[in-house]
Design a protein around this ligand. Structure first.
Ligand code: SF4
Ligand code: SF4
Length: 501
């Protein structure tokens, strides 16, 4: 029988001069990578169990620990990398589909890093955001095509339902079940304090969080988990999830081991049963079918809630979005292929879909060309990492962005990419009580508020630098951007000039 020994990717480097055998690392590591050997009075490490989550490194008071990348190597070449060989060995052993968490890590172009932002000089003065008003509020939803007046000349309020945000940022869909209760509480409370919205994802809404309904987007996915009339009415908006950037074209799967207690009640499925969302919605095979669901959800909520349709960024995303804009939806959420996930088949995550920057630019252009851009808002997600990414996304045509991974990082995630294992040492992507209590929602929500307030300030500074004083004036304003190191076709899709032009 072939030997499938795979050398660990990371090694725990312990400085024995500093280690005081306090066993903090042993107690903190849910992966059991550390062990105290009483007879030798010594801590030892099992490198093969370490997922590089940095929990032990962060909590080691004597700074005795480091996680280092192994320098063990195969005789690799450009065609057969260590990663591809290890993955093949693993599948030859298990016969199973490879699973991964978080977003696409492959070295595809990150277009945000090849786009530069403008600044005003001389003829168009910049604006000082500390001394002059700077509008970061945005309104999402369909805008009226015409202004109607009543007999006395007053403007009729013919606005469809809208979402109002204090800044162009929302927390993206992450379900209760894939995330812990404390992570959801942190997101909900932060959304409320910041006057933005968070998103239930496809796991339903825990009864404790109905009180945050005004800052909640409730999601309806193909599995319909936790969906009932009270749930639909509880949120400020309803999102139909047609696709997700990390796994376009396939459904979702939360293993039965995670369907326990409140999660089973909230999802309305029996304890221990796998929560499998089908790849398609079984009632949607055309834009007309989508229109039916949009209409049904609006009817169920008295036409008081905007409906978002979320799709993965794929090859013909502009044409699909054009159809969605005509389906009666108020907002289109585009999710690029670097967007995170609690679990996805590795091959799908790494090879299916397209970058959000290209999808966003082409959707915005298509809707403008068709004269229907104002009939929907666009929310872009899929690895927004900083306020600069947000400014670039808005200038490429987004009304607002969704952040997921960035929000989890603010909560303590160290991107070990092991969410699918359910043993998140930071208490975020786990349901194990000893681990979930590690995330204190009082601290978690404050860190989210800090992050977004910092980003809001940076957005104001960058807008001021451009001489722009509102998000609305930045939206789709590609003159404020230039490409760097991009080819002619890429610039054409993005609708940008090259730096120096
Ligand atoms: S899995 Fe995390 S806590 Fe455990 S040894 Fe590795 S870095 Fe430390
Ligand atoms: S949420 Fe937890 S398990 Fe997932 S990548 Fe972050 S630290 Fe790792």
């Amino acid at each position: 029988m072939a030997v499938n020994y795979i050398y660990p990717e990371y090694e725990v480097a312990r400085n024995y001069d500093r280690c005081i055998n306090c066993k903090v690392c042993e107690n903190q590591c849910a992966n059991e990578a550390h062990e105290y050997l009483a007879d030798m009075e010594k801590m030892i490490s099992d490198h093969s169990k370490c997922v590089n989550c940095h929990r032990c490194v962060a909590l080691c008071l004597t700074r005795a620990l480091k996680i280092v990348k192994s320098n063990n190597t195969y005789r690799e070449n450009f065609n057969w990398s260590k990663k591809s060989m290890d993955e093949l060995f693993r599948q030859a052993s298990s016969g199973g589909v490879l699973l991964s968490s978080m977003g696409n890590p492959e070295p595809y172009p990150v277009y945000f890093d090849k786009i530069l932002i403008n600044a005003s000089q001389v003829t168009n003065p910049s604006i000082d955001p500390l001394r002059e008003p700077m509008e970061t509020r945005v309104t999402l939803g369909a805008k009226p095509q015409i202004i109607e007046r009543d007999k006395s000349g007053r403007i009729k309020n013919n606005l469809p339902p809208q979402l109002k945000l204090s800044m162009p940022i929302m927390f993206s869909a992450m379900s209760y079940g894939s995330l812990s209760y404390n992570a959801h509480e942190s997101l909900a409370r932060a959304a409320e304090e910041l006057d933005i919205l968070y998103n239930t994802g496809e796991g339903g809404l825990h009864e404790d969080f109905y009180r945050h309904g005004a800052n909640t987007i409730v999601q309806v996915a193909s599995g319909r988990f936790g969906v009932h009339p009270g749930y639909l009415k509880a949120g400020a908006a309803i999102e139909i999830k047609m696709g997700q950037g990390a796994k376009p074209g396939i459904g979702g799967h939360l293993p039965g081991s995670k369907i326990v207690g409140d999660i089973s009640r909230t999802r309305m499925i029996p304890e221990g049963s796998d929560a499998i969302s089908p790849a398609p919605h079984h009632d949607i095979y055309s834009i007309e079918d989508l229109r039916q669901l949009v209409f049904s959800l609006k009817t169920a909520t008295g036409f008081q809630k905007p409906v978002i349709v979320k799709i993965a960024a794929v090859h013909n995303v502009a044409a699909i979005s054009s159809g969605i804009a005509r389906s009666g939806a108020d907002i289109i959420a585009l999710d690029g292929f670097r967007g995170g996930t609690g679990a996805a088949p590795t091959r799908t995550r790494d090879h299916v879909g397209i970058p959000i920057e290209l999808a966003l630019a082409s959707v915005d252009k298509r809707l403008r060309d068709e004269g229907i851009r104002d009939s929907v808002s666009i929310v872009a997600g899929g690895s927004i990492r900083s306020s600069a990414d947000i400014v670039k996304a808005v200038a490429l045509g987004a009304d607002a962005v969704y952040i997921g991974t960035a929000a989890l990082l603010a909560l303590g995630c160290h991107l070990c990419r092991s969410c699918h294992a359910g043993k998140c040492n930071w208490g975020i992507a786990t349901q194990i009580p000893e681990l979930t209590k590690r995330l204190n929602p009082d601290i978690g929500y404050k860190r989210l508020v800090n992050l977004l307030n910092a980003w809001k300030h940076e957005i104001k500074e960058m807008m001021g630098g451009m001489g722009i004083n509102s998000i609305e004036a930045l939206k789709g304003n590609r003159l404020m951007l230039r490409g760097i190191g991009l080819n002619v076709k890429e610039l054409e899709v993005l609708g940008l000039k090259h730096a120096g032009e």
